[in-house]
Design a protein around this ligand. Structure first.
Ligand SMILES: [Mn+2]
Length: 347
């Protein structure tokens, strides 16, 4: 370990690892960094649900690790191990973390503000050099206001902005599924296509992959929109989808679409998985974006104030989940009638 390869007396070569969530925010964060600092790096990424990626990184003394958009809380043990082995780690993220370890080889850019995403943190660090990619990442994380603000700062016209919104949503969409068979293209294969372009609008003009994902997404979404809510109250609704490739892909996108359509209400979308357990996506009301991550953590999940997810909810936990979802006080709003009278009922 750490020995020069081929027996030469050269110093050990620095290995680089780029580790990120395979959604738009994660990929666009790394794209910006590597446009800024081109280098051969091993990309370690996965689907949206694959969060504990740092444990897959074999970095050692002197190696460099870039981590983007992966919960430090969920990767803490692996992070400490990498630091112990002598790797240098640069970490950009916006997911909740109890405590950021202090270590001279750790450079952490963590910001938990609800209007921030990892692509915007990298953008801030790079002084807006590749801001259009940060716009894509922000749209992917459903942070429309942030994306529009960043877009305005570089004078992006409305139609270009709209194209970047669809791109962000498409890249994000492509990260949802149980495994790579469910998605249009593995995020690890999508990344090099993106990273070829300094300008995401040029990427869109030259590559068809985003349009392909977008068409698939619209089909899946149309299918989801035909479902009735499993539970509905004044402050929100819970949907329950069957287990199918389309539902494995659409769950997060459907949750975002519901959140956008009704910005004052909270939404949860659950779907059955192969083993009988359920996967859940939760969105706080866009107008009072608080509590989603907190609710998910009660059921072993994770997330931010505005959006969260539960990887494994057993069928007999569903009742309790719906009750606690119904009892949530999203943001600073008034209590919503916790025991959940149906919409339209008078209390
Ligand atoms: Mn993110």
């Amino acid at each position: 370990m750490g020995e020069p390869d081929s027996g030469s007396s050269a110093a050990p070569r620095v290995r680089r690892f780029d580790v990120c969530n395979g959604d738009a925010d994660g990929l666009c964060a790394v794209v910006q960094w590597r446009l800024h600092q081109p280098a051969d790096a091993v990309l370690v990424t996965g689907l949206k649900r694959e969060i504990e990626l740092l444990e897959r990184v074999p970095a050692g003394a002197g190696d460099e690790v870039l981590v983007c958009d992966l919960s430090m809380q969920r990767n803490r043990t692996a992070l400490l191990r990498l630091l112990e082995r002598g790797a240098r780690v640069r970490y950009f993220d916006h997911h909740a973390v109890d405590e950021v370890p202090r270590h001279p080889a750790l450079e952490a850019h963590i910001d938990l503000a609800s209007g921030v995403c990892t692509s915007a943190l990298v953008d801030r660090h790079l002084g807006g050099r590749f801001r259009a990619w940060a716009v894509v990442g922000a749209f992917g994380d459903n942070l429309g206001a942030l994306a529009l603000r960043l877009a305005a700062q570089i004078g992006l016209p409305a139609d270009a902005c709209e194209r970047l919104r669809r791109l962000g949503e498409a890249i994000n969409y492509n990260a949802y599924g149980d495994d790579e068979c469910d998605v249009h293209i593995a995020p690890a294969r999508l990344y090099p296509l993106l990273a070829r372009y300094r300008d995401p609008l040029v990427f869109l003009a030259h590559e068809s992959v985003a349009a392909e994902i977008d068409a698939l997404r619209r089909d899946d979404l149309a299918q989801a929109m035909r479902q009735r809510p499993h539970w509905e109250g004044a402050a929100g609704a819970v949907y329950l989808l069957p287990d199918a490739p389309w539902s494995r892909r659409v769950i997060g996108s459907f949750a975002n679409a519901l959140a956008l359509a009704e910005p004052r209400r909270a939404h949860a979308v659950a779907r059955h998985g192969a083993g009988g357990d359920m996967v859940v996506s939760v969105r706080a009301p866009i107008e009072t974006p608080e509590g989603a991550g907190e609710l998910c953590r009660r059921f072993g999940g994770a997330g931010r104030a505005a959006a969260g997810g539960i990887d494994r909810l057993t069928p007999n936990q569903l009742g309790r989940f719906v009750r606690e979802f119904a009892a949530m006080r999203w943001g600073k709003g008034a209590p919503d009638g916790a025991s959940g009278p149906a919409r339209g009922a008078r209390t």
